[in-house]
Design a binder for this molecule. Sequence first.
Ligand code: FAD
Ligand code: UDP
Length: 380
Amino acid sequence: MDLLVVGSGFFGLTIARQAAEERGMNVTVIERRSHIGGNAWSSVDEETGIEVHRYGTHLFHTSNERVWEYVNRFTSFNSYQHRVYANRHGEIYPLPINLGTINQFFRSALGPDAARALVEEQAQELGGRIPENLEEKAISLIGRPLYEAFIKGYTAKQWQTDPTVLDPSIISRLPVRFTYDNRYFRDTYEGLPLDGYGAWFERLVDHPRITIATDIDFFDADHPLSKSHTVGSVPVVYTGPVDRYFDYAQGHLSWRTLDFETTVEQTGDYQGCSVMNYSDQSVPYTRIHEFQHLHPERSRTGATNTVIMKEFSRFAEGEDEPYYPVNSPSDRDMLVRYRELIDGEDRVLFGGRLGSYQYLDMHMAIASALTRFDEVVSTW
Ligand code: FAD
Ligand code: UDP
């Protein structure tokens, strides 16, 4: 073995493939779960034949030419374009906030200039200050009434953290448009892998120099591929949580975890779209996913059932899966101290969403893996 990769998400598997292909390294990938692919994994539900994203809907989109070219080696994409709707007080609005949302909410028929002027007036309370947190950022973009209707309650459910200490970048991902364009993403390329993420991952690791071992935890000291048996004697790419690697020496970084409640409903179409957000704090879940809509090219004429998934968010504790870094000021201080420990490790690359404690979309995890391979792993 020339390289051990811990974790089989997009970051780990992209590095594994590059190392095997570009450098002829014999790579072993260990994965704690019983399947590869990390959080992006999907598989077909036996009862309905629907492709289900087991950890919530994963939309692939990118404007990065290198990433697009790379991913197309392993999968083709359908022409799905993501559009999200929001249920607020029992009324359905289009998201992200656009002229349709604004006019429906204010019961108006404003044109782009008038709508922009209205929002700017409502954002005056900031007095021109540069927004320093999520609440201020949201108010600067859409004004307080729209913030309170569509962001405040949803964010309270999603983060359970005062929006005045949340990072403004969280909300910067959500565009605001003064047109009726309600496409969620603006990237050059967008689509779902034609035969699912599971098949994509299988092709990514289909290389004679890559060995996959699932159901193995890097911290199971009795295992020959665990941290205590490998670090120092073989180069390691680690994509698990950075604080866990150092046995929480600098404290526990805070994460959000998700609970997913998946059911088969006896109707051909439950909600008419793939993702419906629930803006009201009184509704316990943040959104409902309905996976069949992600693959309009897969005909389900006459079908009488569908798979839906309700998503609930809460603070991760103990053995909970970490999904979203909370990134509060104290987390950021702690991360600086962990980075000092990382610098002291010999031939261990920390990467991916958990290893870097960063929110990364799939295309960002892949782009980062390609770059980190060139800069670091290929020099080992
Ligand atoms: P992961 O996929 O998390 O992989 C890390 C792997 O390491 C996991 O399989 C884990 O089990 C394994 N591991 C951890 N610790 C150990 C250990 N001790 N021993 C062995 N294995 C270990 N991105 C998009 O582009 N579009 C989307 O629509 C989108 N939606 C998302 C929705 C949700 C609910 C979530 C949580 C994420 C979403 N993402 C989306 C982000 C996407 O999931 C990530 O970009 C991608 O998973 C990052 O890959 P990764 O390899 O960094 O991490
Ligand atoms: N958000 C919100 N209302 C919505 C959708 C999103 O307040 O209807 C906020 C919320 O804080 C969320 C952030 O915008 O965490 C980013 O939303 P996105 O849909 O990108 O989140 P993800 O799909 O990553 O959970």
